[in-house]
Write a protein that binds this ligand. Structure first.
Ligand code: NAP
Length: 292
């Protein structure tokens, strides 16, 4: 059994699917787990479920709608004031939208939740993360291959201009997760922070079955072949506890194996441009400086 007692870990989207099982696994290792959830009732229900399964689990529920950047800022402020050290941030929450939705901040929703919110949250938690020489795990997907970030100016993709395709938008956001991982690793220098991206496998969760008949049908058909959420959580838990963080820095894993992402997702120029644009759109800073 791994021992994370005395460590503090935050997991976004911790009330459902993979995130809930990651939270449960981390609690089982003895960590204090901050469960970042959008909805209080769903968050409390997940917290009770984990508490019933893990004796003595230290679970803190924090609410945040990741589709709203101001809410992300408020969450980061609260977490930074409560925790001077953060050992692990699992950027797990994710959405797939079959139809175009634009957030109140003016961004395409998949990109806003899956990429921009996590970019901003990570940036704003950099002080407690580096103080702990912590880890960031970005939950990407093998479906990043359906993305095509070089088809149009990045800002117009992030703003949802032009024609919309749900699978492509999801792939774009998951490509962004990998590019963010690479660029963050490059900027980390010797701050001690480690960052990796992971595809957790095809997992039977709610992600595809909430918005259109086609994706619901596909999930129903393939559900018997898909992994359980507990199995989907295993790669994150493995990365969270690997004794050799240097060997995961900036890399992409398919389950527990390092893998080569599609060409767009290993384009370092694109990674840099996406970082600078994301910094501007989230109002963090000009993106030119290193993280340290
Ligand atoms: N399932 C797969 O086969 C698969 C494969 C590859 C990668 N992934 C990735 O795995 C991650 C977890 O997905 P999952 O499969 O476990 O799906 P899931 O069960 O639908 O969980 C998604 C989580 O994200 C949260 N979330 C969505 N929008 C949010 C928002 N605006 N603010 C805050 N939280 C929000 C959800 O909260 P609510 O309950 O409030 O909606 C939920 O807790 C995602 O990043 C996904 O892209 C999944």
């Amino acid at each position: 059994m791994k021992d994370l007692s005395g460590r503090t870990c935050a997991v976004t989207g911790a009330n459902s699917g993979i995130g809930q099982k990651v939270a449960e696994g981390l609690a089982g290792y003895g960590a204090t787990v901050i469960m970042v959830c959008r909805n209080r009732d769903r968050g409390e229900a997940a917290r009770s479920k984990i508490a019933a399964r893990v004796e003595g689990a230290e679970l803190r529920l924090r609410l945040c709608d990741l589709a709203a950047l101001d809410d992300v800022r408020r969450l980061a402020r609260d977490l930074s004031s409560e925790h001077s050290r953060l050992d692990l941030l699992v950027n797990n929450a994710g959405v797939y939208r079959a139809k175009l939705e634009i957030t109140a901040d003016g961004f395409e929703k998949t990109m806003a939740v899956n990429h921009l919110a996590h970019f901003l949250l990570t940036h704003l938690l950099m002080a407690p993360l580096t103080a702990a020489r912590g880890r960031v795990i970005n939950v990407s997907s093998a479906a990043h291959t359906s993305g095509h970030l070089r088809r149009a100016p990045l800002e117009s993709i992030i703003r949802g201009d032009g024609d919309y395709d749900g699978f492509r938008a999801y792939g774009d956001s998951k490509t962004a997760n990998i590019l963010f991982t690479r660029e963050l690793a490059r900027r980390c220098g010797d701050s001690g922070l480690t960052v990796a991206a992971v595809h957790p496998g095809a997992v039977a969760t709610r992600i595809y079955n909430q918005n259109d008949n086609l994706s619901s049908l596909i999930v129903r058909l393939f559900k018997p072949l898909m992994r359980s959420p507990a199995s989907g959580a295993r790669p994150c838990l493995w990365l969270a506890t690997r004794p050799d963080p240097d060997r995961m820095q900036g890399r992409y894993f398919v389950r527990m194996k390092e893998a080569l992402p599609q060409p767009d997702a290993r384009d370092d120029q694109l990674a840099r441009r996406l970082w600078e644009l994301s910094a501007r759109l989230t109002g963090t800073y000009d993106g030119a400086a290193d993280v340290q």
